[in-house]
Design a binder for this molecule. Structure first.
Ligand code: CA2
Length: 152
């Protein structure tokens, strides 16, 4: 069974409780519930995690990548700052898709830069919780394509 780890970075535990004008009213638990339903339909074994600590997020990425699981990641602020996270994605061989709730390109200049985008298969941003849903679909298709190419 295809395994995908959905990894969430700092402050995303506050979703739905603060700044609804930017991030909407859905909580992270709402997003997890909808992704679990989608994963069930797609036949995906889903792990869903959030941490405020950079080192812990690095550990989550390594764990997923080394196990051959796909990584759907909203690294939040670490997107724009973390060389360690980029190295973890590249070094663990994780097939990763970067997602953001907001359209980071329509916001402050420092959010236009992603240190992890170059080591991700693609980036989806600006669609609120739908960014996660679109990202899960894309990652599931990429992983299916990857296993299709293996020899019997
Ligand atoms: O749009 C996204 O998904 C972001 O990854 C969210 C991050 C931000 O640093 C990125 O530039 C874009 C911020 C997550 C913090 O979420 C909060 C939610 C409610 C209240 C405060 C923060």
């Amino acid at each position: 069974m295809t395994a995908i780890h959905v990894l969430n970075g700092p402050n995303l535990n506050l979703l739905g409780r603060r700044e609804p004008g930017i991030y909407g009213s859905a909580t992270l638990a709402d997003i997890e519930r909808d992704l679990r339903a989608q994963a069930g339909r797609l036949g995906i074994d889903l792990t869903f995690r959030q941490t405020n600590a950079e080192g812990e997020l690095v550990g989550f990425v390594q764990e997923a990548g080394l196990a051959g699981a796909g990584v759907l990641i909203n690294a939040a602020a670490y997107t724009h700052t973390s060389v360690a996270l980029r190295d973890a994605i590249a070094g663990s061989g994780a097939l990763a898709v970067e997602v953001h709730l907001s359209n980071v390109h329509a916001r402050e200049a420092f959010r236009h830069v992603s240190l992890i985008a170059p080591v991700c298969a693609g980036v989806i941003c600006g669609f609120g919780p739908m960014s996660y849903s679109l990202g899960l679909d894309a990652l599931a298709r990429l992983m299916a394509g990857r296993s299709d190419t293996t020899q019997p």
